[in-house]
Design a protein around this ligand. Sequence first.
Ligand code: ADP
Ligand code: MG
Length: 339
Amino acid sequence: MRTDVNTLGEFGLIEHLTKQFSLQQPSSLVGVGDDAAVIDNGNFMTVVSTDMLVEGVHFDLAYTPLKHLGYKSVVVNLSDICAMNAFPRQITVSIAISNKYSVEALDELYEGIRLACEHYNVDLVGGDTTSSTRGMVISVTAIGQCEKELLCYRNGAKPGDLICITGSLGAAYLGLLILEREKKIWAEHPDIQPQLEEHELVIARHLKPEARLDVVEVFRKAQLKPTSMIDISDGLASEIFHICKQSGVGALLEESGVPMHPEAQLQAINFKLDPITCALNGGEDYELLFTIDPKDVDKVKYLPDIYIAGEILDAKDGVKLNTKGGKLHELKAQGWVHF
Ligand code: ADP
Ligand code: MG
């Protein structure tokens, strides 16, 4: 019998492949299922996360400068460490490359990796280099540190908690749509120069995302510990479902509370898309979604770039979106279809 991987979907496939594994080591505190694994090293917990980027699937070198790609491949991993409320410390980088890449091209990639290491104050401590028959694969592993009692998991949300979102959503997806559109135009009319300057913000959000390490630092200063947290890599709707499923709760999201940059809103309308759909289902924003105990609301109210966007409910209440028009919708998690 042959089962197509599409029948399971990404999360179903991960569950299928890993369900036979149980944790044996006392130091394996958390395994598969959160933004990062947690290893108990006594005083400090070590947090580990890994992500792979594949040419033609996760990036298109027609419009992705290699320096940006290097930077982004580090950032997406650091984002998972931040989502645990941990501080990233080290990375390893493994690459598979075909002979179409020159040393100069790889220097560009590594310049981006170096800039990310410098910006986030992490050390490159190893990796692997191998050949591929076609294209490039980059796999980054990030290692972070956190005190046990400060770690934030996906499973800690309680009914009554407030739902918070950092930064703004949807821009990275719209940046991607613009880059894809210009690539198509350019393929058909090579004499036409791409119109990119006027879309700088959304394109930058796609090509050069940042991990919200600054938010984790702010939490420490404010002595605030979210009750649950996840990074927004697949789209807000998908991440809310992860928190609800793992915490055994429901949620009410307020459309009016979901932060979007005006430029992203404008671009959504240009593409005849509903802005909230882009915020809910567009990916790669790398902002943080977290929940807080209502007693901490005063701590959060005065923090910069954090928006309260709803409330955690009982599981029986489901996962709902209250639109600006005052209508209640069942929220659907589309996320990204990879296969
Ligand atoms: P994220 O989007 O936060 O990077 P993923 O959705 O990629 O997380 O992965 C969800 C969980 O499944 C993580 O704990 C990850 O380590 C684990 N995982 C993903 N792929 C595999 C695999 N092939 N084998 C074992 N664990 C995996
Ligand atoms: Mg994650």
